[in-house]
Design a protein around this ligand. Structure first.
Ligand code: EPZ
Length: 429
């Protein structure tokens, strides 16, 4: 299995272009199931997760073609007809977001059989809210042997959906199903993450009538059919935030381009509070730190526009070498501190109790062998490795490949000493 080796100590200086957002791209790809015309997505990240979903969509009847066009990396998705409404356990288990094909399949062809995703290393992550939303839209839902059987032979019907808690995935799923429902759907207590507005823009370009995404109330007036469209995926705010933290950790000056800093204000405010330089630019942000040690600051994760749970692990890595004690509260997922014991292998001083971690900054981390447990946890270990004395080796990096495009190349271009070691021991850049 491949590993990443980082030799700590190099400052980062240079420019990092931010890729299209993974968590938007995979929902936009699912939207291709809703029309028999081609959907062209530009600014597409090339990631294990997008390739993986491409495979599932192909099985369902979508022709998926990746190419490099005048607008950069793009993917053309065309589903003239749905060949199968079946998403097997193996495919959904490996990538939970595959579950989001259920709604579009029922909306377009009246039935689907999709595996329940099962648990996950960061929490139980049930899908009850997804199913409640589809039932509210009139789908008949049955659960047998780990599968969801959904049927709506006469089509879905607009409905009022009130989520008891904010869920990004369930809001997106309800939106993806309701665009072809008969009548008006109103989603209350909707997630406000920027990926929702991106999905709305794409669906509207396809002829849907969606309003309010980005606010807690989304109104969808169903239409009889959708058409093809071209849509550019929004920049990845989590990738942008990750490299912002990496720059603050390693020191130096990094310019992030093709980015929207307004999407990570909560993180940038914390970086400023800790003492890093943050300078917004026309297409991104410059992050700098000139040698001085950062101050500890506390963070608590929250739905957008709060501090993103997907940046919590990276920020914890940053705090391991800050002055004083930082308290980090995780409020979205119940088990999202798996990186803490790995950071401790690098010499970090962290104690975890329930949903709170206390990080007491140390002067110096030491390189060690560590193991990635999920996507954001693995990149937090790379960030820590940037300043650890000697070499840090991160294994199980297939997690990283799911969500960070050309990570070694992007960090390496700024002077980081990061290299991939192939499973057989041969180094590859
Ligand atoms: C999305 O997951 C992201 N994934 C996650 O990023 C991100 O951490 C999360 O939103 C929060 O921002 C994708 O977009 C593919 P939720 P999602 O539904 O939609 C509970 C990454 O690293 N819940 O907003 O699954 C759930 O257990 C990933 O890129 C229910 O109880 O998150 C959690 O505690 C990790 N029932 C909370 O809601 C449900 O039916 C919020 O989860 C659904 C969710």
């Amino acid at each position: 299995m491949d590993r990443i080796a980082i030799t700590g100590g190099a400052r980062l200086n240079g420019t990092i272009p931010v890729s299209g957002a993974k968590n938007s791209a995979i929902k936009l790809m699912a939207a291709s199931l809703l029309t028999d015309e081609p959907l062209r997505l530009t600014n597409m990240p090339r990631l294990a997760d997008t390739r993986f979903l491409g495979k599932l969509l192909t099985r369902l009847g979508v022709q998926v073609t990746e190419s490099d066009g005048p607008d950069g990396q793009q993917t053309l998705l065309h589903a003239p007809e749905i060949m199968s409404g079946f998403a097997p356990y193996d495919l959904v288990r490996q990538m939970r977001a595959s579950f989001n094909v259920l709604g579009p399949l029922v909306a377009r062809s009246g039935q689907a059989k999709v595996s329940l995703p099962g648990g996950c290393t960061i929490g139980a992550r049930p899908v009850d809210l997804h199913l409640q939303a589809l039932e509210a839209l009139g789908a008949k839902i049955d659960l047998h042997e780990g599968y969801v059987y959904a049927q709506a032979p006469r089509g879905l019907k607009g409905a009022e959906i009130t989520f008891p808690i904010v869920s990004v995935g369930a809001t997106e799923h309800a939106m993806l199903a309701a665009v072809l429902a008969d009548g008006v759907t109103v989603i209350h207590n909707a997630a406000c993450e920027p990926e929702l507005a991106d999905l709305q823009d794409c669906l509207n370009a396809m002829g849907a009538k969606v309003e309010g995404a980005g606010t807690p109330t989304i109104t969808i007036t169903g239409v009889a059919r959708l058409k093809g469209a071209t849509h550019a995926v929004i920049p990845d705010r989590i990738e942008m935030g990750t490299y912002a933290v990496a720059a603050a950790m390693a020191g130096g000056e990094v310019r992030l381009t093709n980015a929207r800093p307004g999407l990570i204000d909560a993180l940038l405010d914390k970086l400023k509070e800790a003492g890093a330089g943050v300078e917004p630019t026309a297409d991104g942000v410059i992050i700098r730190r000139n040698g001085q040690r950062l101050d500890s600051v506390d963070v608590e994760t929250a739905p957008f526009p709060g501090f993103a749970t997907d940046l919590q692990a990276q920020f914890m890595a940053l705090m391991t070498t800050a002055k004083g004690e930082s308290r980090i509260r995780e409020t979205i997922f119940e088990n999202r501190f798996m990186h803490a014991p790995e950071l401790m292998r690098l010499g970090a001083d962290i104690s975890v109790s329930g949903g709170e971690a206390r990080v007491r900054g140390v002067e110096q981390l030491e390189g060690a062998e560590v193991m990635a447990t999920d996507l954001r946890a693995s990149v937090s270990l790379v960030i820590a490795g940037l300043v650890a004395r000697g070499e840090t080796t991160v294994s199980r990096i297939y997690h990283l490949d799911r969500g960070f495009e050309r990570l070694e190349e992007k960090l390496g271009a700024c002077g980081a000493q990061v290299r991939r070691i192939k499973g057989d021991g041969e180094a590859e850049l």
